[in-house]
Ligand binder design. Structure first.
Ligand SMILES: *Cc1c(COP(=O)(O)O)cnc(C)c1O
Length: 378
């Protein structure tokens, strides 16, 4: 079966993704279905039986995400209540006691908590940094390789194709946390990964008002394990959240294009500012990640990171911003920034700022940042 939507551009795909065939007098995107159970005469074989197993609102969203993750290919997506629920589903459904997993040591800050749990269940955990494809060196005998690229918050990038080749040669599956890039920035399954996983709390839904996650794979056996895990632990998305997410996907390309363009402009402005060191943005031609990122990414993301001289300057800078909220998370339509070191757990300097670029007018954001930097000098 060829997908008529496979050849269109990203914006067209985003606005139509996952829509059911038109039904006269029905809405384009059917509203959220609130149901703990469904009418179910006879044997329980239909698509919708009990609300923890399946829900039609999830089905529409899952089809939409599949179209974005792998246009024109047959893949399956399973949605979850959060990004962590999606990540846990892959790790805990695929790994058994006695097996080995390779994680990044500079990835999302909850990975060490997962490590603790995995080790308690008898799984061996090895870690290595994202940059320089360092995970290659610890693949031997692993069952699963977990990649996060660009890494959060350090924005290092690894060569996904190269890591996938080595992992598959070593008999390991590969999962990519694609949260920062979104499928418009990078399509892990096309780069050879077995799983594309994301927190859709971030850029994917982009309004900072829901938590959600997903796992996509082209292998029905792998998705069956992930789906079963969701049913067993019950980490299911609410129908309202799933519907809001689907509605948000329509503007994904508009949001991401604006955010990426402004992020590059902001990075260029910060590059020239004397108070800023350690500037990172994979889209910046001089960035250490740029060459590898250019070979696998289609857009470079909404996050820019940099370092101010110390904690005090960083706090004063954040306080002086007028159009940027001091808040965690990223990928939303409203710019946010935070001093990442306040959480502990990330190996970053005290003055490290993670800046998430929103959908405001680029010149307003650049001006606000430069003004806040200059006002807090000295
Ligand atoms: C936020 C985030 C997560 C966790 O997602 P939640 O939706 O908060 O559970 C996982 N990975 C990355 C890279 C993230 O940024």
């Amino acid at each position: 079966m060829t997908d008529p939507r496979a050849d269109v551009g990203d914006g067209t795909r985003a606005v139509r993704a996952g829509l059911p065939d038109p039904v006269p007098y029905e809405p384009t995107l059917p509203g959220p279905v609130f149901a703990a159970h469904f009418h179910l005469p006879g044997e329980p074989t239909g698509p919708y039986t009990y609300g923890r197993d399946e829900n039609p609102t999830w089905t529409h969203l899952e089809r939409a995400i599949s179209e974005l993750e792998a246009p024109g290919r047959t893949v399956e997506t399973v949605t979850f209540a959060s990004g962590m629920a999606a990540i846990s589903a892959v790790l805990f459904s695929q790994l058994s006691a006695g097996e080995t997993v390779v994680l990044p040591d500079d990835g999302y800050q909850a990975l060490p908590l997962l490590r603790e749990r995995l080790e308690a269940y008898g799984v061996t955990v090895r870690t290595a940094p994202t940059g320089g494809d360092a995970q290659l060196r610890v693949l031997d005998g692993a069952r699963l390789l977990w990649i996060e690229t660009p890494s959060n918050p350090g924005l290092d990038v690894c060569d996904v194709r190269r890591l996938v080749r080595a992992a598959h040669d070593a008999g390991a599956l590969v999962a990519v946390d694609n949260t920062l890039a979104t499928p418009l920035g990078q399509r892990p399954l096309e780069l050879g990964a077995d799983f594309s996983v994301a927190s859709d709390t971030k850029g994917m839904t982009g309004h900072g008002d829901i938590l959600l996650g997903h796992v996509t794979s082209a292998d029905p056996l792998l998705t069956a394990g992930v789906r079963r895990w969701r049913k067993v632990v019950g980490a299911i998305p609410g129908p309202m959240e799933a519907w809001l997410a689907h509605r948000s996907l329509a503007t994904l390309q508009l949001r991401v294009d604006r955010q990426c363009a402004t992020a590059l402009e902001l990075a260029r402005a910060l590059e020239k500012h004397g108070a800023v060191t350690g500037l990172r943005y994979p889209g910046l031609p001089g960035d250490p990640s740029h060459a590898v990122a250019s070979g696998q990414m289609r857009r470079f993301g909404s996050v820019v990171s940099f370092v101010l001289p110390d904690r005090d300057r960083a706090e004063r800078f954040l306080g002086a911003l007028r159009l940027v909220d001091d808040a965690t998370s990223f990928g939303g339509v409203r710019s946010t920034a935070e001093r990442r070191g306040r959480w502990g757990g990330d190996a970053v300097p005290e003055g490290f700022i993670r800046f998430s670029v929103g959908a405001e007018d680029p010149e307003d954001i650049v001006a606000d940042v430069l003004r806040a930097l200059d006002e807090t000098a000295g």
